[in-house]
Each structure stands twice: as structure tokens, then as C-alpha cells.
Design a protein around this ligand. Structure first.
Ligand code: S3P
Length: 171
């Protein structure tokens, strides 16, 4: 069972940690948002604007299934867990790691970034509300790492430690 899924809220550092972890474990890394943009030939912002969130979620579920190969780390968009089928799929296919980030840190990390349509307005309130709403689904993950006050290397080592002790990994 060698597919690793990194899930977590916007600004959790999924992409950065995914790249570092891929070097640490010599695994491929792929990102659902990147692939959606490539396939649709549009930015996430444009997909939300032109097609709406529901269509984006449809692309997201399709891409998730296409990217989940063995020996691969899949970094996901923050809302991937909204669809119960995506959660079930990730659990069946591999090991799911939730990168938790405090709302205050999410706000700091996303401050100068307008690539996320769901945070375009009322950012502070949106972050608190969405994170609270999604927390129960994020916590269904196999492992949780709090990323708020830690370096990328520390987080990577923590994940590598969980995996080394997980009998399903590289079994
Ligand atoms: C979203 C998170 C984004 C992207 C889209 C929707 C969400 O990805 O998929 O803007 O619903 O949380 P990141 O978590 O990589 O920012």
C-alpha cells in the first residue's frame, strides 16, 4: 500500500511537504490542483468563475482517481474531503495524512495570495468557518501532524516516522 495522501486546509503546506517527503522517501509526487489546471487548461480561479464549485469538485474527484498510483504521494486541494467517496477512496488506496494548521497561521500564509476563490472575501471568517466545518472529515485521516510552528524538515521526519511504523506501508 504505497500511495500516500496529504490532506489539509488551504495554506497547510501540503505541496511543500509533499515535495520534501518525495525526496526523503524516493517516491513520486503529484498534486490534484496542478493536474486539474493542466487538464482543464485554466486556473482554479477561472474554473470556479466559469464552471462553478460543483464542476470543480467533479474534476477533483476524477483526477484523484487518475493520480493514485503505487509509490506516489498525492497532494490534494483542501476541499477534497468534502466528498465522502473521495475519503473512502483514499482510505482504500493508501495512507492518509492530515496536515493540521491553526486558523491564525492559515490567515498569515494566505494573506498575499489571491489564487484561492473560496478565500476571496471575508477571509478571516471564511477560514474559521470552513476549517471548523471540515475538521471532523480531516480527522478521519490515519495520522495528524500539526504544521503550525514546525519546519518543513521536522514535519517530513514526523511523517516518515509514522510510515516507518505502519505495517501497511511498503508491505
Ligand atoms: C480549496 C483548496 C485549494 C483548491 C481550491 C479549493 C478548498 O487547494 O483546491 O481553491 O476547497 O479548500 P489548496 O488547499 O492547495 O489551497
Amino acid at each position: 500500500m504505497n500511495t500516500i495522501f496529504l490532506i489539509g486546509f488551504m495554506g497547510a503546506g501540503k505541496t511543500t511537504i509533499g515535495k520534501n517527503l518525495s525526496q526523503r522517501l524516493s517516491m513520486n509526487v503529484v498534486d490534484t490542483d496542478d493536474m486539474i489546471e493542466k487538464v482543464c487548461q485554466k486556473t482554479i480561479n477561472d474554473i470556479f468563475k466559469e464552471e462553478g464549485e460543483e464542476a470543480f469538485r467533479h474534476h477533483e474527484s476524477t483526477i484523484l482517481k487518475e493520480l493514485s498510483w503505487p509509490e506516489t504521494i498525492v497532494t490534494t486541494g483542501g476541499g477534497i474531503i468534502k466528498n465522502p467517496e473521495n475519503r473512502q477512496f483514499m482510505h482504500q488506496q493508501g495512507i492518509v495524512i492530515y496536515l493540521h494548521t491553526d486558523p491564525r497561521v492559515v490567515l498569515e500564509r494566505t494573506a498575499d495570495d489571491d489564487s484561492r476563490p473560496l478565500l476571496a472575501q471575508n477571509r478571516k471568517q471564511r477560514i474559521t468557518r470552513l476549517l471548523n466545518e471540515r475538521l471532523p472529515q480531516y480527522l478521519e485521516a490515519d495520522y495528524t501532524v500539526n504544521t503550525s510552528m514546525k519546519s518543513v524538515d521536522t514535519i517530513t521526519e514526523e511523517i516518515a516516522g509514522f510510515l516507518a511504523r505502519d505495517r501497511r506501508f511498503r508491505a
